[in-house]
Unconditional design. Structure first.
Length: 312
């Protein structure tokens, strides 16, 4: 079940003026550029090598190409500037604005995305990194971030929107239990309150696995404060997209990243995720993000199947 990511523009497609500004910031001309696969924005994402031998990662998008994506780049610049060097993130090198374009530059992080379907070793490796991050929270950042449970409350109300529209899901179990699942989702979202740094949009294309065993987490525009196990839960949801037989409950009951999450909390937040994805998947395509709804549909299927199993 492949993920259909959006076809990106690449370094040569950027306006010459923007490329010149990026090269000026780097102090050297870009001599090679390799576009990176993954994600849902049509903006560029390139590994660049300069004549001086510097290796960087640069991404850029215009408001005309994808307005929300450009706003997210601006937000990510603010977040990236706050993240300390001790965190498992690439070093932020700068933000370039030209006309209606937003560009971000980072050190080029070594590593590759996890393989899909997820391998057991790589999955645990990422969850271990999330647990270590939860143990070593950067001081002074989370107070500046939005509260996760507040940000996700509207998303978790997806079943209420479905009922209000009198839209009937194709899944009979889902159709028969919308009201109960909505109550479960709204109650569960409160379990995400907390003061830990949460990535909030973690999936395989936002993770880099290094040959040295390290893990780097990239793309932080949705960073928030809340319960750190939320990121781990979304990783397990993605893993179940590609392996519906994965015993995610066994992992959730044994890995220490979930130690502070009760069984009811996990079920409630999973219901909130299902509410969002089922509601999102039925909606028209998002301008500038032509493959996002198909991924929402895959996430909806994975969440509902896992939710059914947990609720018996």
């Amino acid at each position: 079940m492949p993920i259909h990511y959006t076809q990106r523009i690449s370094w040569p497609d950027l306006p010459a003026e923007l490329r010149e500004l990026i090269e000026s910031h780097l102090g050297s001309q870009v001599i090679t550029a390799h576009s990176q696969y993954g994600g849902f924005s049509a903006g560029s994402a390139d590994r660049l090598l300069t004549a001086a031998g510097q290796k960087v990662f640069a991404k850029a998008v215009s408001h005309g190409l994808n307005g929300p994506g450009a706003a997210l780049h601006a937000r990510e610049a603010e977040i990236a500037a706050m993240l300390p060097a001790s965190m498992p993130v690439p070093k932020f090198l700068g933000r370039i604005r030209w006309d209606d374009w937003e560009a971000l530059i980072f050190d080029q992080a070594p590593g590759v995305n996890p393989q899909l379907p997820w391998g057991a070793d790589e999955l645990i490796r990422v969850l271990d990194t999330l647990a270590q991050l939860a143990d070593q929270q950067p001081a002074g950042i989370t107070s500046l971030l939005p509260a996760l449970e507040v940000d996700l409350r509207e998303d978790a109300s997806g079943f209420a929107r479905i009922m209000a529209d009198e839209w009937i899901p194709a899944d009979p179990w889902l159709a028969q239990n919308l009201e109960a699942l909505h109550e479960l989702a709204i109650e569960g979202i409160g379990a995400l309150a907390g003061n830990q740094l949460v990535h909030t949009d973690l999936r395989s294309d936002n993770i880099l696995l290094g040959e040295d065993g390290g893990v780097l987490l990239v793309d932080w525009p949705w960073a928030s404060r809340g319960a750190a196990w939320y990121d781990a839960l979304t990783v397990l949801v993605e893993a179940r997209i590609f392996d519906p037989a994965l015993d995610a409950d066994a992992i959730a009951s044994s890995h220490r990243i979930f130690a502070s999450a009760s069984s009811d909390a996990l079920t409630g937040v999973l219901a909130g995720l299902a509410a969002y994805y089922v509601d999102a998947a039925r909606r028209p395509e998002v301008p500038g993000l032509p493959t996002l709804r198909s991924y929402h549909a895959k996430q909806a299927t994975a969440c509902v199947a896992w939710l059914k199993a947990r609720l018996g």
